[in-house]
Design a protein around this ligand. Structure first.
Ligand SMILES: Nc1ncnc2c1ncn2[C@@H]1O[C@H](COP(=O)(O)OP(=O)(O)OP(=O)(O)O)[C@@H](O)[C@H]1O
Length: 267
């Protein structure tokens, strides 16, 4: 495949962590993935198989042991603002208001007050939190904090959003609302999204493509195209069949080791 035709190409990436006592953890096996522009890709896999490691390497927060990451055909050697990351914990700065959190990246880039104001308005509107602009994180629910974290990432206008279990700490109802919200943001803002989740249900609801990883050291076990129209109907028979297929694959991986968790929510 032509490297330049992909938004992201992850080529033979692997990671071994070496601890202080020279203990080696082989977190990620050799992994190659091609991701097209505007794709919504979900990654599921047993706990500890290297999903977060993979995202952190792509974000430039961690060095790979082998392999390369290409962004529109060019090798990535350092973090770029074109690739934003959202974590499970909301990671807002507690001493800044919602509005000031949203414009944090723009402030680092020394953008003018007018540009910051415009971006704040736009993204407060997108996340439906205009009336909370002056609130502090402790005054917000978990779902609201995560919406602000998403707005902050979007305000930097990255081409790619890396999302590591972003809805993992939310209650089931808020999680479903946030999934719908994210799909709307993705559709309206044409981002490429790489989204790690423990929930097979969530992956099928969101993704164009699901990458199922093996147990540690994680490698790609299967890539599944989710060919169902949106909004997806969780009661659809194809939805159930796909979920069973993926859960069975993960079960096989669990049977290879014993320390894995799969979230069975909604089943
Ligand atoms: N900084 C580190 N130093 C040493 N080992 C690490 C480090 N970070 C992760 N690991 C190990 O690498 C492996 C993969 O971790 P990682 O967090 O990438 O997995 P994961 O698939 O995201 O797990 P989970 O689904 O439980 O969040 C684990 O065994 C973990 O203990």
């Amino acid at each position: 495949m032509n490297i330049a035709s992909n938004c992201l190409r992850i080529e033979n990436l692997s990671k071994k962590y070496v601890s202080e006592k020279d203990k080696v953890v082989h977190a990620l096996g050799s992994t190659t993935i091609d991701i097209k522009e505007n794709d919504f890709v979900c990654i599921v896999g047993p706990s500890g198989c290297g999903k977060s490691t993979l995202l952190r390497i792509i974000a430039g927060l961690e060095a790979a042991t082998t392999g390369k990451v290409f962004f529109y055909g060019k090798e990535l050697k350092e973090p770029t603002r074109d690739i934003g990351m959202i974590f499970q914990q909301y990671s807002l700065l507690p001493w800044r208001t919602v509005e000031d959190n949203i414009v944090l990246g723009l402030e680092f880039r020394k953008e003018s007050n007018a540009i910051k104001k415009e971006a704040a308005e736009k993204f407060l509107n997108i996340i439906g939190m205009g009336e909370f602009r002056n609130a502090y994180p402790f005054e917000l629910s978990g779902g609201m904090q995560q919406r602000v974290a998403i707005a902050r990432a979007l305000a930097n206008d990255p081409k790619v959003l890396l999302m590591d279990e972003p809805f993992g700490a939310l209650d089931a109802h808020t999680r479903i609302l946030m999934q719908r919200e994210l799909l709307r943001i993705w559709r309206d803002n044409r981002k490429t999204i790489l989204f790690v989740t423990h929930s097979v249900d969530e992956a099928i609801y969101l993704a164009d493509k699901i990458i199922v990883m093996s147990s540690r050291p994680g490698t790609i076990k299967k890539v599944i195209d989710v060919d169902m129209p949106r909004p997806r109907d969780r009661s659809n028979v194809l939805y159930g069949a796909m979920s069973n297929e993926i859960l069975n694959m993960l079960d096989d991986e669990i049977n290879k080791g014993n320390n894995y968790k799969i979230e069975m929510q909604d089943f």
